[in-house]
Design a protein. Structure first.
Lengths: 127, 127, 127, 127, 127, 127
């Protein structure tokens, strides 16, 4: 649980966002440039520069957690798709992602899992 | 993603519930015996007999997903504590569980993560 | 879908609240008398004086809907217990209430249904 | 609350899904055939083969509960529309469905009820 | 916290809805005229005729509260856009609205704030 | 919307947390010292050091937004009470706080508003 401080938070966050979310992350940052440029900074700094940069949990496990949470919440389908793509980027297989989403039927109900699966279908088709 | 069919769903579910959730799971099943005994069957059969029994995602990954989802949802603190204990049972370290919960601040806000951490604190103290 | 206008909304609401929620509803109204007395009026007027007073859906069906919704939402366990008691008051059997709550496992997940069942257990035991 | 075991869960679920959800249910099952065929089985088996098949609550009451819950949750508008159509299939009138959804303004707020009503409008128009 | 009773609730609600939500509110009322005309009455009467008409909190503060709540809930993006426009109508600046939405990252997570910002972007562009 | 950088984020956050949340905030930070000390840092740095420190929205407006959001979400009653106290600390009157919470009945339903009012009652009584 040590925090890495060798790089600026923003630079570290930008590097990790690019590595994890790829184009999807970049598009989010760009889309904020007119409406709320400071929020793009916060997005790079806290989620990516602080949290994803932490030792103690590998990025594969982090994407499992994020895909599960966004599927269960059901309020952010666009961000779920970004993280399904991110899951593939960090080494999760399509089958593993499908398993994570199906499991959410237990905790958040069948509609949440169905909507997650339909999101996954779109992401997989676009690759 | 093959379904294992060598054992009855209920027996397989009971075996997995005991292995994963330990005493916490057993107490839930017992507490249903008067109000809704059939629901105890469903709980053994679908979540454990069907979902947790699936190949394609190891139980460690499954508990990461569940801890993340229950922290993010924030509506089932008792079940979150059962799954924090389950996470320890299947090999997650305390630090890994703390990392998963902290990460939920990004997706579900700081109060959700704080409440998850306070739940973890109780579970860790009770061991 | 005609609105009944023969009685004041407040009087009609108070009558229906007493008939449906019994003591539980009265206690809620009393508990608002110091902090937000106007809100007690709104509670009598809109939910009970307007909505529950409407023709077009009998009160039994209305309590099915409310028990289902509060179980699925999971954020108002005290109000769910008031409406489980209300369900019994308007003629739902214990078994029917248990069925409604169990069904919510499908739409909102097993933890939501479990928490609803534990609430029902408390209400049934107190009768 | 006895479970019916005279037919396989899957066959019973498929029969009930067809009777209740009609085309909408079939389309959901088909749309899962490439991404998660096992999840189509679970959907037939647990919600329909287990829950909707249960005695103790008629299917009309079950659809009241489901329409209420999905309206209140607000996270699954497509599934809500499937169940508004299902409600009509099992004998709920348009007015009764509108009453159920309007009542959700009390428990989940006006936006949830408005979004449910707009969903109902689409379903009614398509008939 | 006194309730104003000099005007009918419906008339007062219609006046306030027009003043606050402008065209957006009128369109909602009109869209209910076929499916649930009584619900249009309730919408005018309770939220606007009762709540927004109350002394004790100015309408600027009320729109701050509503924008925050709808951003955090994440289940009613259309209504959030109506209230972002309403916020501008009652004197909130674009920057203030952006600040409110960004703050929701703390309480409801980054995806909720991002979706709120994208909604604001659409509303601002349409002016 | 400029970010103030004259003080370290952590120091600024600690200063603002003390000014806004008072004892309640300090207790949260202390309660994290054994389970997740880094999370206490993040809590000081991002919500308080970054967000509450921003120009463009005064702290009174920020607390209106937070009280509204936490009431509407209904998943963090302890944090809602901290922010009701914070609202009093930054100059909101008891009546204004009650108005904000009552208004949430419109957007998140009567149970959410009732639970918020009961939380306010506890905070007011403890002063």
């Amino acid at each position: 649980m040590t925090k890495i401080e060798t790089e600026s938070r923003r630079a570290r966050g930008a590097r990790l966002l690019a590595a994890i979310d790829g184009d999807g992350g970049e598009r989010v940052v760009e889309s904020l440039s007119d409406i709320a440029p400071d929020f793009a900074d916060y997005l790079l700094e806290f989620p990516f520069g602080d949290i994803y940069a932490r030792e103690g949990l590998d990025v594969r496990a982090r994407e499992i957690a994020t895909i599960a949470a966004l599927t269960a919440m059901g309020t952010a389908p666009a961000q779920l798709k970004v993280h399904i793509a991110a899951g593939l980027n960090v080494g999760l297989s399509r089958d593993e992602i499908v398993e994570i989403i199906m499991q959410m039927a237990v905790y958040a109900g069948f509609p949440a899992a169905l909507n997650g699966l339909f999101g996954a279908k779109e992401v997989f088709a676009a690759r």
